[in-house]
Design a protein around this ligand. Structure first.
Ligand SMILES: *[C@@H]1O[C@H](CO)[C@@H](O)[C@H](O)[C@H]1NC(C)=O
Ligand SMILES: *[C@@H]1O[C@H](CO)[C@@H](O)[C@H](O)[C@H]1NC(C)=O
Ligand SMILES: *[C@@H]1O[C@H](CO)[C@@H](O)[C@H](O)[C@H]1NC(C)=O
Ligand SMILES: *[C@@H]1O[C@H](CO)[C@@H](O)[C@H](O)[C@H]1NC(C)=O
Ligand SMILES: *[C@@H]1O[C@H](CO)[C@@H](O)[C@H](O)[C@H]1NC(C)=O
Ligand SMILES: *[C@@H]1O[C@H](CO)[C@@H](O)[C@H](O)[C@H]1NC(C)=O
Ligand SMILES: *[C@@H]1O[C@H](CO)[C@@H](O)[C@H](O)[C@H]1NC(C)=O
Ligand SMILES: [Ca+2]
Ligand SMILES: [Ca+2]
Length: 566
C-alpha cells in the first residue's frame, strides 16, 4: 500500500485518467508534494491529524476541514475513516500533500451521504498531513549540540532546578511559543509536576550548553484538551531546548580544576585577606565579569560575609598561587533576583580564580634563612650600618625592585625607618654572607595604598643577602667614645695649646682617636663629612675655630639632649 516511488505513481495515475475506462479498483494516490525530510510515515494504527478538501468529479466541493478551522484527527488504517482515506493516508509524512481519487466502493458506495454526496460518487481529496503519533510512542530525543567548553560532569536529574531556552512548534513546524520572545530563560523544577510529562523526561540527562530536539506525543503533552488557541487537541510538540544551567536546592558549592602550586606552606582560613583574580561565567560559558578587565585583583577578607556565601566558602583553604573553579548555586550566590544587567535570577555562577596572595592582619614578618655562613657570630641589630643585596617580588612572581638593577648595593642603618618596617625586621639578626627569604605582610610594607609597582595590600617577598655590617652608634651621634671621654676635652683637642681649635686640629684629633680605637665615627658617612658637621656645630660664632667657651656653652646647653655631639 505504501508507494515509495512517486514516479511510478504519476505514470499509473496518468494511465487511468487518460483511458477513463471503467471504475477504479483502488485508490489512486498522487504524492505531489513530499517534504525533503520525512522522518516518519503514517502506519496502520497511527493517530493522524490532517487537513483536506473533498470534491466531486465536477469540482464541486462537498467538504473541507478548513471550513471547520480545525484539522481532522483520528486513527489511520483501522476502519475509522472511509476505506479510501484509510488507505490513501498510509505512508504519508508530515507536511506531505497528496491527491487521492477514491472509487465509490472505497468511499460512500451506492448510498452516498444524503444532501452531500450522491450515490456511486468518485471522491477527490486533497490532503495535507500535520501530525502523526502512536500510543506506543516514546519521547524522541535528539542531541543537536554538546558543549565542549564546559564540563558535562553534572546532568539534569529529578528535583533539579533548570534554566533553559526553548522554541516550541507543532509537528508541522507551526510555531506556538518561545522563551526568546520573553527574552529570559524558562526557569523551573524538573520532575516535580510543573512541566508537561514529556518535558520533565526530556530534560533529564542534559548538560548546560547542550541543545536538544525533543518530540513529545500528545499523551505526554497537552493531550485531548490541547492548550488555549495555540496547541490543538492531540498535538505532538517539538521543542528545541538549550539548557543554560542547573542546580539542586540541596547543592553546596563545587570545586573543580584545582591546580596547586608546588609548595603550599599555608592555606587560607576565615579572617585572612585574599587577593585574587577571577573570571566569572554562567554555566553555559557566558561571561559576566572578570577582575582582569579592571586590571587589579579582587581583594577581600574571607569567611566574614563580605562576599557572596559561595565565594566565602569557595576560597577557604586556598594556597597562594592556586587556581580553582568554584561553582556556586544561586542560593549561595545572587539568589532569585540576580544582578541587574549581568547575572540572571537563579543563575549558577562559575568562578575561575587564581590566588595571588593572602595574609592575616595579625601576621608578622616571615623569615626563612636560606643560607647561613659557617661563622655567624656577629649579627645585625638596630643602629648597625649594613649593606645588602635584595630582590623584591610579588607572590605571583612579578619582580618589582632589585639592588642588582644598579651598581650600588642597598645601604641603610637598621632601626631608623630607612626602609619599610617589615624589611628592617627581616634584616635584623643577619650575619655577613647570610641569605634569607622574607615575606612581609602589607601592614608592615606599603599598606592598603601600595606604592609604585606595589598593588594595594600586597604581600612582598624579599630575597636578601647581607654583604657588609658595621657596628652602629646611638641615634643622633656622629662620633662616640669607646673609652672614657678625656677629662679636659678642650685641652686634649688643642694640640698646639694656642687656646683655639681650627678645623684641621679638630680633624686630626678625632681621626687619631678613631685610629687608636678610643672612639668611632658613625658608620656609613665619610668621617670628613661628620667632622665638618660636628665642627660647624661647635663653632658657634662661625669664625672657623672652637674656643674653650664655645665648647663649654654647647655642652651645658644640650646636657640632656643627645644630638650630633661629642
Ligand atoms: C483546501 O482549499 C483551500 C481554499 O479553498 C486551500 O487554501 C487549501 O490549501 C486547500 N487544502 C488542501 C490540502 O489542498
Ligand atoms: C567529574 O567528576 C569526577 C567525579 O565526580 C571528578 O573526579 C572529575 O574531576 C570531574 N571532572 C571535571 C572535569 O571536573
Ligand atoms: C530558537 O529560535 C531562534 C530564532 O530562530 C534561534 O535563534 C534559537 O537558536 C532557537 N533556539 C533553540 C534552542 O533552538
Ligand atoms: C593593565 O596593566 C598593564 C600592566 O601594568 C598595562 O599595560 C595596561 O595598560 C593596563 N590596562 C588597563 C585597562 O588599565
Ligand atoms: C581568565 O580569562 C583569561 C582570558 O581568557 C585567561 O587568560 C585567564 O587565565 C583566566 N583566568 C583564570 C583564573 O582562569
Ligand atoms: C664566635 O667568636 C668567638 C670569638 O669572637 C670565637 O671564639 C668562636 O669560635 C666564634 N663562634 C663560632 C661559632 O664561630
Ligand atoms: C636576585 O636575582 C638575581 C637574578 O635572579 C640573582 O642572581 C641574585 O642572586 C638575587 N639576589 C638575591 C639577594 O637573592
Ligand atoms: Ca690649637
Ligand atoms: Ca668660634
Amino acid at each position: 500500500m505504501i508507494f515509495r516511488v512517486p514516479f511510478v505513481w504519476v505514470q499509473f495515475f496518468i494511465l487511468y485518467v487518460s483511458c477513463d475506462s471503467g471504475p477504479l479498483e483502488d485508490v489512486v494516490i498522487d504524492r505531489y508534494d513530499i517534504p525533503k525530510i520525512c522522518p516518519r510515515e503514517v502506519q496502520m494504527g497511527d493517530f493522524v491529524r490532517y487537513h483536506y478538501n473533498g470534491s466531486l468529479k465536477d469540482g464541486q466541493k462537498f467538504d473541507s476541514s478548513y471550513d471547520r478551522g480545525i484539522a481532522v484527527a483520528g486513527f489511520a488504517g483501522v476502519g475509522r475513516l472511509i476505506t479510501g482515506l484509510d488507505r490513501g493516508i498510509l505512508g504519508m509524512c508530515v507536511n506531505e500533500r497528496r491527491k487521492l481519487i477514491v472509487p465509490p466502493h472505497l468511499g460512500y458506495g451506492s448510498i452516498g451521504v444524503p444532501g452531500m454526496i450522491p450515490a456511486d460518487a468518485t471522491l477527490y481529496f486533497d490532503l495535507i498531513l500535520v501530525d502523526v503519533w502512536n500510543k506506543n510512542d516514546q519521547l524522541q530525543i535528539t542531541t543537536l549540540e554538546k558543549p565542549s567548553h564546559v564540563t558535562c560532569n553534572r546532568t539534569v536529574q529529578d528535583s533539579d532546578f533548570v534554566r533553559y531556552h526553548y522554541n516550541g512548534t507543532l509537528l508541522d513546524g507551526t510555531f506556538f511559543d518561545s522563551s526568546y520572545s520573553r527574552s529570559s530563560t524558562y526557569d523551573t523544577y524538573v520532575g516535580s509536576g510543573w512541566l508537561i510529562k514529556g518535558m520533565d523526561q526530556g530534560l533529564l540527562g542534559m548538560c548546560p550548553g547542550e541543545k536538544r530536539k525533543i518530540i513529545i506525543p500528545p499523551f505526554l503533552a497537552y493531550g485531548e484538551k490541547g492548550y488555549g488557541t495555540v496547541i490543538p487537541p492531540q498535538s505532538s510538540l517539538v521543542f528545541h531546548v538549550l539548557l543554560i544551567d542547573l542546580h539542586n536546592p540541596k547543592d553546596g558549592i563545587t570545586l573543580q580544576n584545582q591546580v596547586l602550586p608546588d609548595i603550599c606552606k599555608r592555606k587560607a582560613v576565615t579572617g585572612d585577606y585574599v587577593r585574587y583574580h577571577y573570571n566569572g561565567t554562567l554555566m553555559d560559558g557566558l561571561f559576566f565579569d572578570s577582575s582582569y578587565s579592571r586590571n587589579t585583583t579582587y581583594n577581600t577578607y574571607i569567611g566574614m560575609g563580605y562576599i557572596i556565601p559561595g565565594m566565602d566558602a569557595g576560597l577557604q583553604g586556598v594556597c597562594i598561587g592556586e587556581k580553582r573553579r568554584i561553582i556556586i548555586p544561586p542560593h549561595l550566590g545572587y539568589g532569585e533576583s540576580g544582578v541587574a544587567n549581568s547575572i540572571p535570577g537563579s543563575a549558577v555562577l562559575v568562578f575561575d580564580v587564581h590566588i595571588i596572595d593572602f595574609h592575616n592582619p595579625k601576621d608578622s614578618v616571615d623569615i626563612e634563612v636560606t643560607h647561613k655562613p659557617d661563622t655567624c657570630n656577629i649579627t645585625a641589630k638596630k643602629g648597625d650600618f649594613i649593606k645588602y643585596h635584595y630582590n623584591c617580588s610579588l607572590l605571583d612572581g612579578t619582580q618589582i625592585f632589585s639592588s642588582h638593577d644598579s651598581d650600588n648595593m642597598q645601604q641603610i642603618t637598621l632601626g631608623r625607618n630607612n626602609v619599610i618596617d617589615g624589611l628592617d625586621t627581616g634584616l635584623q639578626g643577619m650575619c655577613v654572607g647570610e641569605k634569607r627569604t622574607v615575606h612581609v605582610p602589607p601592614h608592615l610594607a606599603h599598606g592598603q595604598s601600595g606604592a609604585r609597582g606595589v598593588p594595594p595590600s600586597a604581600v612582598l617577598r624579599f630575597d636578601l643577602e647581607l654583604t657588609h655590617l658595621e657596628d652602629g652608634v646611638p641615634e643622633g651621634y656622629l662620633f662616640i667614645w669607646l673609652e672614657d671621654t678625656p677629662e679636659n676635652l678642650f685641652e686634649a683637642m688643642d694640640l698646639d695649646k694656642n687656646l683655639e681649635v681650627p678645623l684641621e686640629e679638630f680633624s686630626t684629633f678625632l681621626k687619631t682617636q678613631a685610629s687608636e680605637k678610643r672612639g668611632r665615627f658613625v658608620p656609613g658617612v665619610e668621617p670628613d663629612q661628620s667632622i665638618e658637621d660636628m665642627f660647624g656645630n661647635q663653632d658657634r660664632n662661625k669664625d672657623g675655630k672652637i674656643t674653650a667657651d664655645e665648647l663649654k656653652l654647647k655642652n651645658e646647653e644640650e646636657a640632656d639632649i643627645v644630638h650630633e655631639e661629642l
